[in-house]
Structure formats: structure tokens, C-alpha cells
Design a protein around this ligand. Sequence first.
Ligand SMILES: [Zn+2]
Length: 203
Amino acid sequence: MSRTVLVLNADYTPLRVVPWQRAIGMLLDDKASMVESYAGRMVRSTSQSLPHPAVVALHRYSRFRNRVRFNRANVLARDGYTCLYCGTKPRRPSGHPDLRQLTIDHVVPRAHADDRGQILVSGERRPVTCWENVASACGACNGTKADRTPEQARMRLRRPPRVPTALDVLWMALFSVSIPDEWRDFLPEGSPWRNYWTAELDA
Ligand SMILES: [Zn+2]
């Protein structure tokens, strides 16, 4: 059974999650070294059998250059699958986020955009559908707010929507896998993805 691999930067901070084949390539190209392997698991490359990497570390420091696709799934992930208005976190019985109960709200409603579909964001003309003007919202909050700005609806965003950072990108990757024990020492204590299910996102 194949598993994903946590890639650490040269300073041992978590950088990204990659398929095991890519991690093997990094090891064979001498771009990274093995930090942890999955006990008792081997993987076969063209000519040799290697311990299955669980965590590898880059030899050279990599600057974050991840760009995040602007789509519904990533907006919900950026917001921690939480309604940015009331803070509710819809979950399925399994504990995973219940995406069907979250909607994408336009903070400044589409109806307020000019005839080019733009609004003013921090003094700049931006398309009404942009990272800074969309927020995850539960159905109830979205319905209450309707075609109004938060001010008009007397609703407050718990934090301003923003373009995701490289750390958000890592978070998104980690949401899609269950975190193996072998990674835990490398995920910072108290980081949202380490204790994701219990963490309060809005301290
Ligand atoms: Zn809500």
C-alpha cells in the first residue's frame, strides 16, 4: 500500500505533502534525505528496494512558491471549514467537515458590483469573486445576510478573507490525508493541523 510523504524544508519546518514516488525521486537525486520511514515497509525503485519514506528533508532551503487554485474547495479549506460569521463547524458523524452545509458568501454582494463586475477592495478595483471577497458561510448566515454587506446586515466577519498563504496550502494538503504517526513530531505543537479536530480557530 502506498502512502504520502511529508517534505520538510532544510530547517525542518513542514513544507508540503507529496506522493511517495516523488519523494523517492528526491532521495535518489540527492535533493533530500530520509528523516523517518514507515516501519516495515519497503518500496521498489527501478533497481533497488528502499525503506518507504515517511518524512524527508530538503538539503537546500526552499522559498514558498505554492500558488493556490481559486475554487470552492480551497475557499472552504482556507476558512477551516468554518462559517466565518457565526463560527459553526458543520461536521459529519465521522468528524470530517460536512461540505454540503457550507456555502460561499460574497462579502460585498454581487449585486453591489459595478457594470464590470468589480468592487473596491482595500482601495483597489477587484472582481467581485476574488479571495478577499468570499467567505465560507453556513446556510443560515448566508440566508440572513442575503444581498447585504456585513455592515448592512449587522454581521461581523470573524477574520477578513485573504489570499491563502503557503501555510494554508500545507494545511489544505494535510486535510486530504489522515496524518501518520511518523509525521507528528514534525508538525508544530499547537498548529491547527496537528490538533485540527479540537482546535479553536478564532482564539
Ligand atoms: Zn453561520
